[in-house]
Design a protein around this ligand. Structure first.
Ligand code: DGJ
Length: 693
């Protein structure tokens, strides 16, 4: 007798099915099936045949493929007894609860193991959250535990995963499916610029705006393993879990992080919107859910470690005048932190720089109508620090380890370390009116260690419980710690240390496959970009920042009148639109011009949109190719207006319609022909507003 289970969210159906009491396979995952579909028939119909060179029965590609059943690929579980003996469990059904989502448990009496899998559907965001737990009746060693193992579609030629580097986060890698595995393992101990834990499997022909795609995200900050494998028989499996052998001690229970999955029938954007909404509406907890995201000013690239109260006050005044609403004091305010060689972990205000504490600066900032935020890098310690001198044993890893940015990580698994950090940080938060922490993490760990990540989470959770009004930004040399695990505890990510608008345009575009505006920090950088050496026009710098959670990071004393005017104007535009933009879907557009990176932010009620068309390079052809919009009502009419038409360069000599007037066009026209924009220089952004009539 088969056992079948079905999950629906109105867009996708998942069918799990098992022979008798065995572990189930995902017998179907894709577009919604009719209500009356016979699930036994679905299971039977999908079984592959047996021929020469195969076993007499095909081993199940189950939610945890079992090595003990001759599974020909990566098993879902690798576990050993404390004496090192490999355990080869065979699981049988022990309990099923299909009341709310699905929870299934399986036991292996011979080895004293229990495996539990859970699935939760969300009919609004279309994200399915699933997780696997292993319990043992005695401590055992875990080498690998996969979250529920999913099949990948057959009509797919490639998979897209995410790599990157410092100042170059969210680079999409496309790999063709072929026999064997695509194996990504992040052993750096943090999510990493190089390893955003996600996979998109587009079906053949899928684009940003059309076609089918499947997507996965593993919500964990300690380093993951992903396996996308094609078996010799052609079946494909996708496995996610913590990086292997991250648990140093034998234990009785192991749990994967939640795995977030979705199926889209509206291109990559369908997956992107599911992740954006789920992150914003389900994962992040907002201290003030209805408050608009404030415009930030961050002083890092203006002063670095050179903190002088009069200068900071002057900068704060100028930032406020430009429209900033939160002032964030970055690295350099504690210990004797005059450069990045010392003082990490000495979390006491530097009396040389701030003889009266932070109060005079905070009072000044408040007087300007801004709130105040402060930088910390809690998990780190410089060998040149009082705390390291007092407690060298608090550092993680060996004494002779290679340093990163002259620092070591603290061992966050030690209760004494967490207690120390809590005491120092809470004292500063209690004594000062602070509503924001920029929480940095500037080196990889000496070795992967799950207990470290659990320790970091515990510290953040404790601080948040006592200071629920304080927002936290997750930063790790830019985007080195971005995932749904850290985002359960934070409200913003510092997407990249690159304030180069050109590079940021690309990074933001690709990060939008997962991240909404509300959490994605983006700052207007200095005229001469500190990380690329480029000089980029203020209007491009301002509009790129206005695509996400806007802020400034240049020294405002460098701004000339023109730059000040543009920045003030774009910031005012952002403030006038942020209410709906922070709840909007970011839809990546399929640009016909390889030089143009474009997106459409669509209001939740679909009554309005804004298109950002960034020209990242000089086009091959002379005139801009029309840009097809998406997600509009074909029969509705839209007013289409070029917000920044006054920035058209003199070399744009024609009478292109949008340069002089507002156009009224149908959704059908805009989605089929597209918007024709005026000619422009490279490194410029056109901004088009649309309103449904
Ligand atoms: C790295 C961050 O990404 C920067 O924004 C800045 O906060 C520095 N650390 C400070 O040391």
């Amino acid at each position: 007798m088969n056992r079948t289970y079905r999950l629906d969210d109105g867009r996708q159906t998942l069918v799990l099915a098992a022979t008798a009491d065995r572990l189930p396979v995902v017998a179907y995952w894709g577009a919604s099936l009719p209500e009356g579909e016979d699930l036994d028939a679905v299971f039977d119909a999908g079984q592959i045949d047996v021929t020469g060179g195969m076993l007499d029965e095909n081993p199940d590609l189950s939610i945890c493929p079992e090595a003990s059943r001759s599974f020909p690929g990566q098993p879902g579980l690798i576990v050993r007894d404390t004496d090192g003996t490999p355990l080869l469990p065979k699981f049988y059904l022990a309990g099923a609860d299909h009341a709310d989502g699905l929870a299934l448990s399986y036991s292996d009496a011979e080895n004293g193991l229990t495996l539990t899998v859970t699935f939760a559907v969300d009919v609004q965001t279309h994200i399915v959250t699933c997780q696997t737990t292993l319990d043992a009746d005695r401590p055992v060693h875990l080498h690998w535990l996969a979250a529920p193992v999913m099949p990948a579609p057959q009509l797919s030629d490639e998979m897209i995963d995410v790599s990157g580097r410092w100042c170059g986060e969210f680079q999409l890698s496309r790999t063709a499916w072929s026999a064997g595995m695509r194996y990504r393992e992040n052993r750096t101990g943090r999510t990493g610029h190089e390893h955003f834990p996600a996979l998109i499997v587009p079906c053949r022909g899928a684009t940003n705006t059309a076609g089918e795609a499947y997507a996965f995200h593993y919500g964990w900050s300690g380093g993951h393993r992903m396996i996308a494998e094609e078996l010799p028989d052609g079946r494909r499996q996708v496995q996610w879990g913590h990086a292997a052998r991250m648990e140093s001690e034998p234990q009785r229970q192991f749990k994967t992080a939640p795995l977030y999955i979705t199926y889209s029938d509206r291109g990559l954007n369908g997956c992107a919107v599911a992740f954006q909404r789920h992150l914003r509406d389900r994962i992040v907890t907002w201290p003030k859910p209805d408050a608009p995201r404030p415009v930030h000013y961050n002083c890092w690239e203006a002063v670095y470690f050179d903190h002088k109260l009069p200068v900071l006050k002057d900068i704060a005044e100028r930032a406020a005048k430009l429209g900033a609403e939160r002032f964030v004091l970055d690295d350099g305010w504690f210990g004797t932190r005059d450069d990045d060689t010392r003082s990490l972990s000495d979390w006491r205000i530097d009396a040389r720089k701030y003889p009266d504490g932070l109060t005079p600066l905070i009072a000044h900032v408040h007087g300007l109508g801004m709130t105040f935020g402060l930088w910390f890098e809690p998990e780190m310690i410089n060998p040149d620090s009082d705390i390291h001198r007092a407690h060298p044993e608090w550092a993680l890893g060996s004494e002779d380890q290679t340093l990163g940015r002259q620092q070591k990580a603290l061992n966050m698994a030690l209760p004494a370390v967490r207690a120390f950090l809590y005491e120092r940080m809470s004292a500063i938060l209690r004594d000062n009116d602070i509503d924001y922490i920029k929480w940095d993490h500037n080196r990889v760990l000496p070795m992967p260690d799950a207990a470290q990540t659990r320790g970091s989470y515990a510290l953040i959770d404790r601080l948040r419980a006592e200071f629920p009004h304080v927002e936290i930004e997750s930063c790790a040399s830019g985007g080195g710690r971005i995932d749904f695990g850290i985002m359960q505890r934070t409200q913003r990510v510092w997407l990249s240390d690159s304030n180069d608008a050109l590079e940021r345009l690309r990074i933001q575009h690709d990060a939008a496959l997962f991240l909404p505006l509300s959490v994605t920090g983006s700052h207007v950088g200095p005229r001469h970009c500190h990380t690329s050496g480029r000089v980029i026009d203020i209007s491009m710098r301002a509009w790129v920042a206005a695509q996400r959670h806007m802020g400034f990071e240049m020294d405002p004393r460098e701004l000339d009148d023109h730059e000040t005017a543009v920045l003030t104007e774009v910031t005012a535009w952002w403030k006038a639109n942020r209410d709906w933009m922070q709840m909007a879907d970011i839809l990546r557009l399929d640009s016909a011009d390889a030089a143009v990176i474009a997106e459409q932010q669509m209001a939740a009620d679909k009554s309005r949109f804004v298109v950002f068309a960034g020209k990242a390079a000089t086009s091959a052809q002379i005139s801009p190719r029309p840009l097809r919009l998406t997600g509009l009502e074909r029969d509705a009419m839209y007013k289409v207006d070029l917000v920044n038409r006054n920035t058209a360069p003199g070399l744009s000599r024609g009478t292109q319609a949008l340069k002089s007037r507002v156009m009224t066009l149908s959704g059908a026209y805009l989605m089929t022909h597209g918007v024709t924009l005026p000619w422009s220089f490279p490194e410029r952004m056109w901004v088009v507003e649309g309103t449904r009539l």
